[in-house]
Every structure is written in structure tokens, then in C-alpha cells.
Design a protein around this ligand. Structure first.
Ligand code: ACM
Length: 666
């Protein structure tokens, strides 16, 4: 009886997946409602959720999925039949690397397609629906078949296949007692957007080549295809440039400081400058090739004219400010005053000088070498947050303005950007830059990365620029994921549910100009790779779905239930992720007679919060939050923990009452 009920529930769950993927008739809408009901019933039945039949939980959600009944069991000797090409051989080798450690199964190729357990097929005729990255995956009793127009599609089909195997496949150690089976099904899948990016800032803190590879591995699982490396900033120059050795001898190193970056005690002359690192050109080639095998392009960014202190500390002659001779690579001390808004007032001149011909010959050398090292068609040249206060008083800049007929100091950056674009184009590449470059006047050939919200991206698309949306509003992975009491302090928060609202193609914009979307991980407050992972996941899952899956497929509760399945995978893979989605949202208030109150809410339905005011650690035998709490007058701390049923799902949080009083203005 129990089994029958389970089958009914599972079957309706499968229907949902198929229904999600069809255009809707009213009958289907009714069915969808019924299926939603059954789906949530399934989720709430923890007895069934614990059954050993895993739920299909693919991220990003595929376009079309129809499940059959039964499973295909992987044989211990997995044979793969595939066309013979280097790209496909690397797909097979990655498949083998993903399957073998946990299973100890052997993957080999066969010339006989009938005998193959996995057939990888390049379509004879181009299927325009699938495009260059789509695939069709079919799992039948006889085996697995993945077909695609291009090798990228086969690679994405393989990523989906791995997600269909039991979660233990993520382990690097042999897992006993697991039946390595895949549900019988048909999937047709292709991305919504061509640019699906993550930016990793390796300048503020340096991450080794091996750490970047690890980051790439995790990206590949979720079908990202662009890794934007922010290679230079005030805190470090991270790439060897032949002819400018000081960029890495001097520019890659600063003083190690930990704590809250931004206001560190100014550097002292006798402090060791041994914190940092850089990639040699051989390292870069290795990373590019590693990423390419995973169908990821690396977009290099050299951020100019602002954010250039590491270059200027190495070669002060790139600046127009004579005091630059004394500058040091930043270690996190204050160098900008943001109190007046943007552009910031620089306390020292961190800009390449637009009136200095040396700056252009330097950039020519840098861009020449970037163009040789990175096969991707774009080079990013930054352009954000360049201060003008040093330029305002500089005689060379005044002379430039007179000579070029530039009326307004804010247009000086435009002159610089246009010259840089000529250099980029002369190397056969397209230039991309942050949205500030629109203000100085650029040609429509400049591709724009919109970060200050979506509006500059919309404006740029209207002016026929190519646009990648990476707005702070939805896609800034350096922002805190929940309350400041539980996260490394950054000036803003971005919770998972907000990230999931990211929709890179705005209404009213010609979609042909929106190349895609990207999330950015700035690393001022990220000191190690574990924290980089923590900041990326699970928000990187929400972004992956936002750039791959159709808008009308988005469904927060369904997404969240899949995220929880991926939390288990992350645990097994030992990839760090943030549990902040379970942290309550606090709203401090006060009664008419000035008593402190606090309201709590959660991003996820169906959870309970237990709390204490007596400094002890609450569990589910403590008071459950049922509505506004009035804080006892002598309380010092509110401690809380989130549960699903009788299992804790969140972490223990401590909210100081003083902090609540501050927020309530009491
Ligand atoms: C940026 O966040 N300054 C591009």
C-alpha cells in the first residue's frame, strides 16, 4: 500500500517535470495545479523523502524531461562509442574522471556502437533547436545515448548524466553498497543564453592555479561557459607580462593583513611584502586549456585606468602624479573616499595617466600578450570607478583636454577608452568594459558589462552595444548572503531568493544585444578558496539556472528543493557552500511604549525557528517562533536555530540585543 502510494506520488512528480516543459493548455494548467499539490505533498512527507529512491534534481532545470519507469544500471566496464576527435576524447576523459573515483568502474572506448553502454553522437544534420550547446539525452534499458550538434552539447549531456547518478558519485573515494543506476528518461535541453559567466577576482587575494582549476570544475557541473578572471587591481597584478618584469616582481606582492579589509592600518616600511602571487604565461596556457576541455572560455580582465595601483607601484612612470614613486601595492588600507558617492575621491592616484603616451604603449604590450594567451574573442579592460580628482589638478591632463577639445574632465576617460579599444581591435579582439565607459562616450563596438544595476545594460542595448548583465542587484557574490551578524561583513546583502530572480533579458530590449548574464565574486573579504566556494554556492546555482533555463520554468520552491539535493552533493564533493538560506531575516521594531520587538521570517516555507533569550543554545524543545517577539528587558542575546520537522537545518545564530536596539533606533 505504502509502495503504491509512493508510486502515485512519484509518477505525479514526473508529470510535473514534463509539464513544466510544454506550452500550456488549460487542461495542462489544471494538471499542473494538481501536480503542484502532489509535489508539495511529496516534499512534506519526510518518510518518503527518506526513501532510497532519489528525486531527479537537475540544476539548471532542463528544457524538457520525461521519465520512464525503471533504471539503467551502469556496468562495471563502461564502454563509450563516440566520434574520434580531440574535443570528444576530452569529454570522455572527464566523464571517466567523474565516474571512476566513487565507483571504481572502468571507462573505455569501443568501436561498436551496439555494444556501447554510452553512445555519444554528433548529429548528421544540424538541429537548430539544440544550437551549439544543446543535447538530447536518452536513458533506456539498452544504455545511454547523448546526441548533439557540437561537442559542447555532449559535454553538457554528460554533466546532466552525472547529476542523474546517485549523489555519492561526487565522492573522490570509493563508495561501497551503492547501486550505480540512472533513471530511464528522455531529456532535450539547450541554454537560454550564450554567455553564462562567473567572475573570479584573483587580484584582491591571489588564488593558485590549482584553486582556479577547482573553481572551474565546480562551474562546469552547472554548465557555466565563461570564467572572467579579474587579473589586476590595486592589490595585485597577477599575470606575467614579458618586458615588464616588475609587474610581477613588485606588483604581485603586498603585506599580509587579515581582518576586515578596507580600513587596515597603513603599511609600515619594514613590513614584509611577501603575500600574493601571480600566474606565469605557462600557468595561463595550462588554465586556458583546462577550461577549454570543460567548454569554458576564460575572459581576461586588466582593469584600467582606475584600480591600477599594483601597476603604478611597479612602474610609477605610467602615472602623471610625481608622488607615485613612493606608492606601494595596496594591502587593504583605505585609499578611496566614497563618502561623496561615485566617482570616488582617491587618496592616492591609482590611475594610468590618459595624457601619458607610455600608458598606451604599456597597454599595447599587455593586450598583445593577452590576445596571444587567451583564445576567447573578448578582452575586458575594466573602466570602473576611475577617480578624477588627481586628473583635475594635473597639467598634462589639462594640456590633453586643450589639444583634443575635451570640455569636461569626466570625458577624459572616454578619450582613454577609445584609444584602448583601437589597441584591442588591432589585435583582432573585441573590447569589453564595465558600464562606466558609457559615460565617457564609446563606440557601439564596445561590449558592456552592466554592474550598477540593469539600467546601464538596457541603455547600452538600446544603443546597440553587446551587453552582459551582471548587476549588483542580483549577481554580486561578494555581498553577504544573510544577516551581518553571521557573515563576513560587506556593505550589502544578497540573499539566495533574490539571486534567483535574476533575469538577464529585460522586457522591451532587443534580446539579440543581451549576450548573457554573469555573477561576480570580488574577493576583498575572501581570503581563501573555501570562502570563495562558500560565497559562490548556492547563489551560483541560482545564477546558473537564470542564464540557462527559460524564465517561465522558474519556480522558487521547486528550485530550493533541488538546491537541497545539491547541498548533499556538495557535502560529498567537499565543496563548501553557504547554509545562509536557512538563516532567519530579522526585523527589529518598537512598541508604542518603546519596548524592543523582533519579527523573524525565512526564505523557505515549512521550517520552524526555535529561540532563547537566556544565552543557552535552543533546540526544538525551546519556544518556537510564532509571531512578533517582545524582547525581555534584561536580555543580552537572542539565539536561534531553524528546523525542518525534528531535524536542525540551519546554524545556530546569536543576535546581540544591542544590535537589535540600534536597528530599532531605541
Ligand atoms: C565593479 O564592481 N566595480 C565593477
Amino acid at each position: 500500500m505504502l509502495e503504491l502510494f509512493l508510486k502515485v506520488i512519484l509518477y505525479s512528480n514526473l508529470n510535473i517535470l514534463a509539464i513544466f516543459n510544454h506550452s500550456q493548455t488549460s487542461l495542462e494548467i489544471q494538471m499542473k495545479k494538481i501536480s503542484y499539490f502532489l509535489f508539495f505533498l511529496l516534499l512534506s512527507c519526510s518518510v518518503f523523502a527518506q526513501s532510497n529512491i532519489p528525486r531527479i534534481a537537475i540544476i539548471p532545470q532542463p528544457v524538457y524531461l520525461k521519465q520512464g519507469s525503471g533504471y539503467f544500471k551502469l556496468p562495471e566496464n563502461i564502454t563509450v562509442h563516440a566520434p574520434n576527435s580531440n574535443e570528444i576524447q576530452s569529454v570522455i576523459s572527464i566523464l571517466s574522471q567523474r565516474i571512476s573515483p566513487a565507483t571504481a568502474y572502468h571507462v573505455s572506448t569501443t568501436k561498436n556502437s551496439d555494444q556501447a553502454s554510452i553512445n555519444l553522437i554528433i548529429n548528421d544534420a544540424y538541429d537548430s533547436k539544440l544550437g551549439n550547446e544543446g543535447y538530447h539525452l536518452s536513458v533506456r534499458d539498452s544504455g545511454v545515448k547523448i546526441s548533439a550538434n557540437m561537442p559542447a552539447g555532449l559535454f553538457y549531456g554528460v554533466q546532466t548524466l552525472i547529476q542523474l547518478l546517485p549523489k555519492e558519485i561526487e565522492s573522490k573515494q570509493l563508495q561501497g553498497n551503492i547501486i550505480w543506476q540512472i533513471p530511464l528518461l528522455e531529456i532535450t535541453d539547450y541554454p537560454k543564453l550564450a554567455w553564462r559567466g562567473l567572475m573570479f577576482d584573483v587580484a584582491r587575494h591571489f588564488f593558485t592555479k590549482e584553486e582556479v582549476k577547482k573553481y572551474i570544475d565546480a562551474m562546469a557541473k552547472y554548465k557555466y561557459n565563461v570564467l572572467h578572471l579579474h587579473l589586476t587591481d590595486d592589490e595585485g597584478w597577477r599575470i606575467e607580462i614579458k618586458g615588464f618584469p616588475k609587474l610581477t616582481e613588485v606588483g604581485a606582492w603586498n603585506v599580509k593583513r587579515i581582518g576586515e579589509f578596507g580600513d587596515f592600518i597603513p603599511q609600515k616600511p619594514d613590513e614584509a611584502r611577501n603575500y600574493g602571487g601571480f600566474y606565469t604565461q605557462e600557468d595561463i596556457k595550462e588554465l586556458v586549456s583546462y577550461a577549454k576541455d570543460r567548454f569554458i572560455n576564460i575572459l581576461p580582465e586588466v582593469d584600467v585606468p582606475g584600480h591600477s595601483l599594483a601597476a603604478i607601484a611597479s612602474y610609477p612612470e605610467l602615472s602623471c602624479t610625481p608622488e607615485a614613486i613612493n606608492y606601494k601595492v595596496r594591502s587593504g588600507e583605505k585609499i578611496m573616499d566614497w563618502s561623496g558617492g561615485a566617482p570616488p575621491k582617491a587618496l592616492l592616484d591609482n590611475t594610468l595617466c590618459p595624457a601619458n603616451e607610455l600608458a598606451y604603449s604599456f597597454m599595447d604590450t599587455v593586450i598583445t600578450q593577452l590576445a596571444q594567451l587567451f583564445p576567447f574573442e573578448y578582452i575586458h579592460v575594466g573602466g570602473d570607478e576611475a577617480p578624477i580628482n588627481f586628473w583635475q589638478k594635473n597639467p598634462q591632463i589639462k594640456e590633453l583636454m586643450l589639444r583634443e577639445g575635451i570640455q569636461d574632465i569626466t570625458k577624459v576617460q572616454g578619450y582613454f577608452t577609445r584609444r584602448i579599444e583601437k589597441i584591442v581591435e588591432s589585435k583582432g579582439k573585441k573590447m569589453m568594459a564595465w558600464d562606466e565607459v558609457l559615460e565617457g562616450g564609446v563606440s557601439p563596438t564596445t561590449a558592456v558589462m552592466s554592474w550598477r544595476g540593469m539600467k546601464y545594460g538596457i541603455e547600452a542595448a538600446h544603443n546597440q552595444h553587446e551587453v552582459v548583465m551582471s548587476p549588483t542587484t542580483y549577481a554580486y557574490l561578494d555581498y553577504m548572503q544573510s544577516d551581518a551578524i553571521s557573515e563576513p561583513r560587506v556593505y550589502a546583502s544578497l540573499r539566495l531568493n533574490k539571486t534567483y530572480e535574476f533575469e538577464p533579458v529585460p522586457e522591451g530590449v532587443d534580446p539579440k544585444y543581451i549576450k548573457g548574464g554573469q555573477a561576480n565574486l570580488w574577493t576583498e573579504q575572501v581570503y581563501n578558496i573555501r570562502q570563495a566556494e562558500y560565497m559562490t554556492w548556492p547563489r551560483g546555482l541560482a545564477i546558473a539556472e537564470s542564464v540557462w533555463s527559460e524564465k517561465d520554468k522558474k519556480n522558487w520552491p521547486d528550485f530550493m528543493s533541488r538546491v537541497e539535493e545539491h547541498f548533499k552533493r556538495f557535502d560529498i564533493a567537499e565543496t563548501k557552500y553557504s547554509p545562509s538560506v536557512y538563516d532567519p531575516i530579522f526585523k527589529a521594531g518598537k512598541t508604542a511604549d518603546r519596548k524592543l520587538t523582533v519579527d523573524l521570517s525565512l526564505e523557505i516555507e515549512g521550517l520552524d525557528i526555535y529561540y532563547s533569550f537566556d544565552n543557552s543554545f535552543p533546540d526544538r524543545f525551546y519556544p518556537k517562533y510564532m509571531g512578533t517577539l517582545t524582547v525581555p528587558i534584561d536580555a543580552k542575546q537572542l539565539k536561534l536555530i531553524t528546523y525542518r520537522g525534528n531535524k536542525p537545518v540551519g546554524r545556530m545564530l546569536t543576535m546581540p540585543i544591542e544590535e537589535l536596539k540600534k536597528r530599532a533606533k531605541l
